[in-house]
Design a protein around this ligand. Structure first.
Ligand SMILES: Cc1ncc(COP(=O)(O)O)c(C=O)c1O
Length: 473
């Protein structure tokens, strides 16, 4: 069986994947959730691309470190020194995880969004015009890799073409004919389709045109080995909570000069060498951008995830994910009324993210049904990638299933069976739209006890803080 499926064809049907085991143990793998019919079933977490569960190894490291936790950097106490050493060691491990070069800077941030916002404010102005630096970005990007460039730099958004080869040609032509650009911002893997452009030709074209490259590694770094040194990529941004370390830290790693000269990301204690009423001398290096008390536990957790993932044979990770992804793509494509979303059907080695629609059912209803009647967690909406969904004709949104190292193949089979059942028999429970969100009418499912919860908050009740869900008609 091939490890990657490049063209989903109806004649190719990968075997069922019930027997495919997770690669690494994750916390909560045996958590059971209630269904509307009163049964309890193991939760099938197929929303790993949004936030991944913690690796057991990460949980264990955090438990080991918490009793040692104390203030960092400015504390003289023994545990302060231990915590400071742990934080700085985590920085080193995180840098090594993404193949940083000797002179690269590793900045601990909150997440990918934070990292890209930080970098956007460090892109130097265009020396010739004095205007903000020019950044080239494709319309396939997550908003986190689009909006910072549009707000803080002179951004050009290029519309992608239907194939990888055509899109690469467009990027090359733009860099050649309409430069100079300071930076090219590309995704390591789309959060909608799991697909990507190959990194090497983008880096070659950018560097030949005098531009740097930043990779949005949010969906790539947790799934594939990645190296700044080997690829020549100048900056990479990624999130701990997508890398099986949901403790609030992320990272930006890359070339020192822009980061040393750029506007400090946060203004406050720790980022400065000297402060007078008349002026401030800012640090260089990571401290410049990490004002305030740092997220030591988050950094330690991300480093533990990096060590654990780094110790797994990359081939094992790739085969596990390809088996599950191929089965999802082909299994869904075989169901009448289901359409799988592809940005570039010729993309090589996509990660385990598969988005689809079911004709006749709103994506929000499909997601509510999968949760309420099957205990399956997926994501619906436009995935903070409105330009891409719009260009591909999915403005009304879609449903996304995503897998990771902790996903058993049986979860994938459960999803396929549930979608087949929806298409053949329809939902059993009653659903309605409340405040723009699909919910079960008179939902009888209880909330977990002992946590002070009185009910579940629907996204709509929060005003959809992600801005990622389309309005239900
Ligand atoms: C490709 C991609 N980039 C950026 C982000 C933003 O990540 P975060 O929410 O961790 O900042 C996401 C989140 O889904 C993503 O999938």
């Amino acid at each position: 069986m091939p490890t990657t499926l490049q063209h989903a064809s109806p004649t190719y049907s990968p075997a069922r994947v019930d027997a495919v085991a997770p690669v690494l143990p994750v916390v909560g793998a045996d958590t059971r959730v209630p269904l509307v019919d009163g049964r309890w079933v193991p939760y099938a977490n197929l929303d790993v691309a949004a936030s991944a569960p913690a690796l057991e190894a990460v949980e264990a490291r955090v438990a080991r470190v918490l009793p040692l936790y104390a203030s960092v950097h400015r504390g003289a106490g023994y545990l302060s020194q231990v915590s400071t050493a742990l934080y700085e060691q985590a920085r080193t491990v995180i840098g090594e995880f993404v193949g940083s070069r000797d002179d690269d800077v590793v900045i601990i941030t909150r997440n990918t969004t934070d990292s890209l916002n930080l970098l956007a404010r460090c892109v130097p102005d265009d020396a010739a015009t004095g205007r903000p630096g020019r950044v080239l970005v494709l319309d396939v990007e997550h908003h986190a890799n689009l909006l910072p460039w549009q707000r803080d730099t002179d951004a050009t958004v290029l519309t992608g073409a239907p194939s990888v080869a055509e899109t690469l040609d467009l990027v090359r032509a733009e860099l050649r004919d309409s430069g100079p650009y300071a930076l090219v911002a590309i995704t390591g893997a789309s959060n909608v389709t799991g697909e990507s452009l190959p990194i090497a030709p983008v880096v070659a074209a950018a560097h030949a045109a005098g531009a740097r490259v930043v990779l949005d590694g949010a969906q790539l770094v947790p799934h594939r080995p990645f190296s700044l040194a080997q690829t020549g990529v100048d900056y990479v941004a990624f999130s701990g909570h997508k890398t099986y370390a949901p403790y609030g830290a992320g990272a930006l790693v890359g070339r020192r000069d822009w980061l040393d000269a750029g506007r400090p990301h946060l203004a406050g204690g720790g980022a400065v060498r000297r402060v007078r009423v008349t002026g401030t001398a800012w640090h260089e290096g990571p401290a410049r951008h990490e004002a305030g008390s740092p997220n030591v536990i988050g950094a330690v957790a991300l480093a533990a995830a990096a060590e654990t993932l780094g110790a797994v044979d990359p081939a094992e990770l790739a085969v596990h994910e390809a088996l599950l992804r191929d089965r999802l793509v082909v299994g869904l494509s075989e169901i009448d009324r289901v359409q799988v979303v592809r940005a570039w059907a010729d993309a090589v080695d996509p990660v385990g993210v598969v988005t689809f629609t079911v004709t006749g059912y709103d994506p929000g209803l499909v997601a509510a049904y999968l949760s309420a009647e099957h205990g399956i967690g997926v994501r619906d909406g436009r995935f903070c990638a409105h330009p891409l969904l719009g260009r591909l004709g999915f403005d009304a949104g879609a449903v996304r299933a995503s897998v990771g190292v902790g996903t058993p193949g049986s979860d994938v089979e459960r999803l396929l069976a549930a979608v087949r059942s929806l298409c053949e028999e329809g939902p059993r429970a009653q659903y309605d739209v409340v405040d723009g969100l699909w919910v079960v009418v008179d939902d009888p499912r209880p909330v977990p006890e002992g946590l002070g919860l009185t009910g579940l908050l629907a996204t709509a009740a929060l005003g959809d803080p992600t801005g990622c869900t389309p309005t239900v008609p």
